[in-house]
Design a protein around this ligand. Structure first.
Ligand code: WTA
Length: 650
């Protein structure tokens, strides 16, 4: 299968698809180009239930600080729950499958009651008010979704921290957001064994912490420490709460959540999403990209700790009234047939996962899909990193039976929802290609030097040249960083435009292929990681003088983490293995297991310019085993390059 091969949409599927042909796609996109505000204003009126209508579609007067649907009032939790009660109260909103195979079906009416109780608990027992920040550090259990929606209901701003982050990472995020409450669980189950989260929370909160109260969902019922006056059991407090909590009336531009993500420099930034624009696009992309129908069952394998879990497990599916599957466990446990057995059992229609998962499932269980009835599948999705053609082929043929479209959805934490993706009933797809901007998204690959559109085949910068409803509204507490991070690199027609940080190129059909990050962000198993963060963690190790971290292609993870470390003691390393272990345990403590290095080289020095700048490009080439093409004669010490090369090869 070559990259040139084209797969037409399944004609049977296209007949009933929400967007069923390229003509329809082009008509929508032309409408958006001709009358941008009309396009978005019409959808906002049609798709959302407004308490008070908006008076202005888009206010760009303070760009890049933009306002969408100003004057409008609504509540995101009622968009996701209350408005479905007339027609769908007994429909499954969430189907939860636990690690050990325990299944729980939560109807829209159940969801309503659980979220309202949760909201009342936060208000009455914890004093949480509109605008307060609440950190959620949870496993993949329904209560994580209730917590998010309960915050939305009372106007609190949630900030979810992925359960794989360490106490130090959690502490940083709590402090940056000045959260006063943490919602967590004792722990959960993984591979049929209990694991713990509460002790991580305990270690993240000291006397100076802004956190005054911790709510603990008892999921695995293992013993935890209860800090009197601070820690409370959800299972106890929830018992006598009323199942009705009046939803807070929110402005379109009131913040909905923060989600910390890595950038190329400094500490992670709190990406802020606001209410109306975010929920509108979450819903529309569910309808367009996954083409979810009333009786469908949709499953996204992400974790709620990442943006994919926010938009495509909780907010998007529930806003459109779909049935969303939530899974606590590990997709390769008890074997690599687990997802396919779940597809068969729950009759899953849309399945959405990351390329890294596809590669692992392919490698560990090439023939597993054959053992299950996967005939319910209609749409397959991927997200998080470029997918390689072999993984794509297996996914298409073995999982999708060569009849399902693969939607290679390109987007980021900052975009809130998909921006470039095939439409399953319309777009002829090419393997491993994100294809075209979605209707309403004005995205272009630009030459950063000139601001002109990149030529076919040339790699340029993936930019979005008009504001869009679900875009990042700011970096929490740092207006300047928002402007600098996203609107500092590319100017088109004299105007700064949003730059994603990714490179991309057009092919002869105008299709977009994402080539990967152009900055110092790497993508490890679909997790976004700043090399600067990993370096900062490694520097905490007492014996480290200097460090440079780069990404290196990795068969399963996409990218692995490669660290070049110069130690303080110049008499070499007595025990390399012990030293590597020590360094990785510092990383585990500072960030978490997800940032552990795949390769560590103890280098005699780092390639630096005479002004002291580390030449990462050289280090990237060495890690990949590529020949060095850069001029190294201007380095402070050119001989260091050959020495490092020899060590890596050796
Ligand atoms: C990468 C995840 C290629 C990209 C939703 C982006 C992709 C970063 C794709 C965002 C894709 C995401 N093809 N690369 N389909 N989807 N990326 O914020 O580098 O965790 O900038 O959001 O993942 O990662 P984030």
């Amino acid at each position: 299968m070559s990259e040139k091969q084209i797969f037409q949409p399944n004609a049977e599927f296209a007949k009933n698809a929400n967007i069923g042909s390229m003509d329809e796609y082009n008509a929508l996109q032309n409408k958006a180009i001709e009358n941008y505000e009309g396009f978005w204003g019409d959808y906002a009126k049609e798709k959302l239930d407004w308490i008070e209508p908006f008076t202005n579609v888009l206010d760009e007067s303070k760009a890049p600080f933009v306002k969408w649907f100003d004057g409008g009032k609504l509540n995101v939790s009622t968009q996701c729950i209350d408005r479905h009660l007339d027609t769908r109260k007994n429909k499954a909103a969430i189907i939860f499958e636990g690690d050990r195979g325990d299944v729980q079906t939560i109807t829209y009416l159940d969801l309503y009651k659980n979220v309202n109780r949760f909201a009342n608990l936060l208000k009455e027992d914890f004093g949480v008010q509109k605008g307060d920040r609440v950190v959620i550090y949870m496993p993949m259990i329904p209560e994580a979704a209730y917590a998010m929606l309960a915050c939305a209901r009372i106007g609190a701003i949630h900030s979810i921290v992925f359960g794989g982050f360490s106490s130090e990472a959690l502490k940083d995020r709590i402090e940056d957001a000045e959260a006063k409450v943490v919602i967590t669980a004792d722990g959960a189950f993984r591979k049929e064994k209990p694991y713990m989260l509460k002790p991580v929370v305990d270690a993240a909160i000291d006397d100076n912490s802004p956190v005054k109260k911790v709510l603990v969902v008892e999921r695995n019922h293992e013993e935890v420490t209860w800090n009197k006056g601070r820690d409370y059991s959800y299972n106890e407090l929830i018992k006598n709460k009323s199942t009705h909590c009046e939803a807070e009336v929110m402005d379109s531009e009131d913040p909905l959540f923060l989600l910390y993500t890595s950038g190329s420099t400094g500490k992670p930034k709190g990406v802020q999403h606001n209410s109306a624009g975010y929920i509108l696009w979450a819903q529309m992309t569910m309808e367009w990209v996954f083409d979810v129908k009333e009786n469908d069952t949709y499953w996204c394998t992400a974790d709620v700790g990442w943006i994919t879990g926010h938009t495509y497990i909780v907010y998007g599916p529930l806003a459109m009234g779909a049935t969303t599957v939530m899974f606590e466990g590990v997709i390769t446990y008890p074997d690599a047939g687990r997802p396919w057995s779940m597809v068969e059992n729950h009759r899953i229609n849309q399945f959405y996962t990351a390329p890294t998962a596809i590669r692992v499932l392919h490698k560990m269980g090439e023939n597993e899909p054959k053992k299950y009835d996967l005939s319910s599948l209609k749409v397959l999705g991927t997200v998080g990193e470029p997918i390689d053609p072999p993984a794509w082929k297996w996914y298409y043929e073995e999982v999708g039976g060569s009849k399902c479209a693969i939607v290679d959805t390109y987007w980021q934490t900052e975009t809130g929802g998909h921006i470039i993706s095939p439409l399953p009933g319309a777009t002829p797809i090419k393997p491993a290609c994100a294809t075209l901007p979605l209707p309403g998204i004005i995205a272009e690959i630009l030459d950063p030097a000139t601001g002109e559109k990149a030529e076919v085949g040339e790699t340029g910068y993936m930019c979005i040249t008009r504001p869009w409803p679900s875009q990042i509204r700011g970096v929490w507490g740092d207006e300047e960083r928002y402007v600098k991070s996203y609107y500092g690199d590319v100017t088109k027609d004299g105007k700064a435009v949003y730059f994603t940080g990714d490179g991309a190129r057009y092919d002869e059909d105008g299709y977009i292929t994402i080539t990967g990050r152009t900055d110092d962000v790497i993508n490890v198993s679909g997790h976004r990681m700043g090399t600067a963060e990993v370096e900062a963690a490694i520097k905490k190790h007492a014996n480290v003088a200097e460090v440079a971290v780069v990404g290196k292609p990795h068969e399963l993870k996409g990218e692995g983490i490669f660290a070049y470390i110069v130690l303080k003691s110049d008499d070499g390393v007595a025990d390399e293995v012990a030293e590597m272990k020590a360094i990785n345990s510092v990383i585990k403590k500072e960030i978490g297991n997800i940032a552990v290095c795949d390769d560590i080289v103890f280098a005699p020095g780092l390639p630096k310019t005479r002004s002291g700048k580390i030449m990462r490009r050289i280090l990237r080439s060495i890690a990949k085993g590529e020949a060095i093409t850069q001029d190294i004669s201007t380095l402070e010490d050119p001989s260091v390059v050959a020495k490092i090369e020899a060590m890596v090869k050796g």
